[in-house]
Every structure is written in C-alpha cells, then in structure tokens.
Design a protein. Structure first.
Length: 407
C-alpha cells in the first residue's frame, strides 16, 4: 500500500506540474536536457497525456482500496484486532492516500512545476507508452460519460443577414418604416466591419482644454462634436469629457461636475467592440490612440448611434455633406471621409491597409501633408486636392483617363 501511494503521488504530482506550466516554462523545456525534451513531446498531445495519467491514477487507487478492503475485513475477523481496529485502519488508509498521494504532491508540484516536470518526464513517458493502446478507449469512455452527465450544447449559428431582412419584410407593411428598418440594419452590419479609426473625429477637430471654461464661452463656441474634452497637464492626452450640447445653460455654470472619464481604444478596433465597451462601462467618449499610445482622435456614442441610424447620410456633425456628386462619375469629397466609404460609394474594389481617410491616402502617396494640387490615383479615379485649410481638406474625384495615361 505504501508503494501504491508513492506511484499515485508520482502521477498526481506530474499532472499538477505539467499542466501548470506557463508559456515561458514551455519554451524553456527544450533547454532542460533529455527530460525536458521528453516532457515537451508529451505535452504536444495533452489530451492523450491526461488520459494516460488518469488511467494510471484510477488503476492504482482501485488497487489500493481493494487491498485496504481485504486487510480491513481480515482485521475485523481477527480475534485480537476486532471491528474497532478495522474501522481505524480504513480511516487511516483513506486519509493517507488523500494527503500523501493528492494534496502533498500537488502542492509541491505547483511550487516548482518546471523542475518537477523535467525530473518526472522520463518515467511518466514510459508509463504513457505502456497504456498507449488503451488510452483511446479510455478517452472515448470519458467523453461518453461527460456527455451523458454534463452535455455540452453547441450554440446555433448566428442569424443570417438575409433572415433578418425577411423578418423585417414580414413585420410591417409601412414602406417608410420598412426603409428606416433596412437602413438601421445596414448600419448595424457596417459597424461590425468598420474600424474606429474611420469613424473617429481627428484630434485637430476636437475642442480640448486643460482647465474648465466659463459658460458663456461654451455657448459662444459650441463644439461641433457636442463634447468638450479635458486634457492632462501636458495637453497630449484626453482624460475626461463632457457632453455640453445636452446640458442646460444653468448647468454650464457647474461644468466640472459633468465631466466623466473616457475609455481608450486602439485605432484598429471595430466600432461594434467600442460600442460594447462604452455601454458596459457607462461612458460616452472613446479616445482613439495609435500603437505608440499617442492621441489620434475620439469618437462619441452619439456619433456611433448616428452612423447606425443614418448610415446613408454622408454628413459631418455640422450637417455639411461630405460626399457631393458634382456630375457623372465626378465627386467632391471631404478629406475626413474614410477610404472604405469612398470605395463603396464609387463602386470599386480597392483595399488600402493602414490608411483610414482619403486625406491620409493622398498623404501616403505624396509622402507629405496634402497641399492644393496634390494628386493620387485610386483604381480608375484621379484624386486632386482643391482646398487644404485649417477647417478641412476638399478633394476632387473624377473618373477617366488623364494626360500621363494618354499615348
């Protein structure tokens, strides 16, 4: 019984050690000599290893309790021992295997998992090979038992967009309402595919201040975004925001009490993910940063909801149309328009990784900030900068041949 406890402790300790290894420890296994390489090889198939360890543990424990039952019966039938000694022996046997083969080895194993895994790798590998032919059967029985006792129901596939559209068509006969529902549905789909960098308001278009401003100044220079941004002492990062457009004039006298913390998101995050975070943390503004943690811009929950409910309304917060159709295949576009929205409007397929806005696309092509007269090509269209001022950049887009392409 003592030998069986030792073997049970070996398997229990090896299981606890190997399955508590961190990613860094797993990388160091290959440098741990023969034992480390053997352990790393076994951990490539963790399910097979775990099934073998559980099989040996079960076999050893069953043998141990069978011997304990036989010895207990003999002690009970022995005149010199009796029933009391048999009960005491059974209790001691149970406590011994619980402490010495489960609690103690596992507690020690998690303290130095890497060292113990390297040390126990070779003997455990031999034990796994011995029961190799039986392990698949044990795994199948284990899976069948787990499904019977605790069935795992797989979630059904997400509802298809066509299914939602059919449900909308069947739900109402009002043509105007049907059109609005389709528009909202399209907006929901778009935010699941749009990066927040495309929807954000750039840094130079935000109203930022280091200290709070007086009420009259807010009324005279209401920010276009509807939010006043409070920065840190350096002025390089936004820390709080206040939705001043929704406040009454009397509330502007105590503007500091309406500031709330912001959340920070990377420019590559999806708008749907940002909306989820804003709702979970009960915030109104998400600050967009690049991979270096620098401020790029900000997006409010109002702007996201406006994009969902009015996705075809290509307007900036001031109401100015940012994609204007001048003629056939001829457009006037604001530099803040995303390349993705523009290609969709033009009906072309052009993927520009790492570029969000049309102004950024022209900047990358010319390797400088956009100036009047700068040009760039996008599929079959020529982009020309018409205006480049502090209040915005306007770009002329026309389809067709230009001089460089003529023979």
């Amino acid at each position: 019984m003592g030998i069986l406890i030792m073997f049970s402790a070996l398997f229990s300790g090896s299981e606890a050690a190997m399955f508590s290894l961190t990613k860094r420890n797993l990388k160091r296994l290959t440098r741990g000599g023969v034992g480390g390489r053997i352990t790393a090889k076994m951990l490539r198939d963790p399910e097979h290893l775990l099934s073998a360890v559980l099989f040996w543990n079960l076999l050893i424990n069953m043998t141990y309790f069978a011997i304990a039952a036989i010895v207990g019966t003999r002690l009970e039938n022995n005149v010199d021992a009796g029933r009391t000694v048999a009960i005491a022996f059974t209790i001691v046997s149970l406590l011994s295997i619980i402490f010495f083969s489960e609690m103690l080895p596992k507690s020690v194993a998690v303290l130095a998992p890497l060292r113990i895994s390297i040390m126990l790798g070779p003997p455990l590998s031999l034990a796994v090979r011995m029961v190799g032919p039986i392990v698949p059967l044990v795994t199948a029985v284990n899976q069948a038992a787990s499904r019977l006792v605790w069935p795992s129901f797989k979630p059904e596939p997400e509802i298809d967009l066509a299914d939602i559209e059919r449900a909308i068509n069947l739900g109402t006969d009002d043509a105007a309402l049907l059109q609005r529902e389709r528009m909202a549905l399209q907006g929901l789909v778009e935010i699941a595919e749009t990066r927040v960098g495309e929807l954000m308001r750039p840094r130079n278009k935000l109203w930022m201040c280091f200290a709070t401003v007086d009420a009259q100044h807010v009324l005279d220079a209401m920010p276009a975004s509807g939010y006043l941004m409070l920065t840190d002492s350096t002025g390089d990062m936004i820390t709080h925001s206040a939705g001043v457009r929704t406040l009454r004039p009397s509330q502007l006298d105590d503007l500091s009490s309406f500031f709330e913390p912001v959340i920070y998101v990377p420019w590559s995050a999806l708008v749907s993910q940002v909306l989820d975070r804003l709702n979970e943390e009960h915030r109104s503004v998400a600050v967009v940063v690049n991979e270096f943690g620098e401020l790029l811009g900000a997006v409010s929950i109002d702007a996201i909801m406006r994009n969902i409910l009015a996705p075809r309304q290509q307007q900036d917060p001031l109401g100015e149309v940012v994609i204007q159709e001048v003629g056939e295949n001829h457009f006037l576009v604001s530099g803040l328009v995303s390349v993705r929205a523009l290609t969709k409007r033009l009906g072309i397929d052009a993927t520009e990784d790492g570029v969000n806005t049309v102004a950024g696309y022209i900047q990358r092509n010319n390797e400088r900030l956009p100036r009047v007269g700068d040009t760039a090509r996008l599929a079959g269209f020529l982009l020309t900068v018409l205006e480049a001022e502090d209040n915005g950049i306007w770009i002329d887009i026309v389809e067709g041949e230009w001089e460089e392409d003529l023979p």
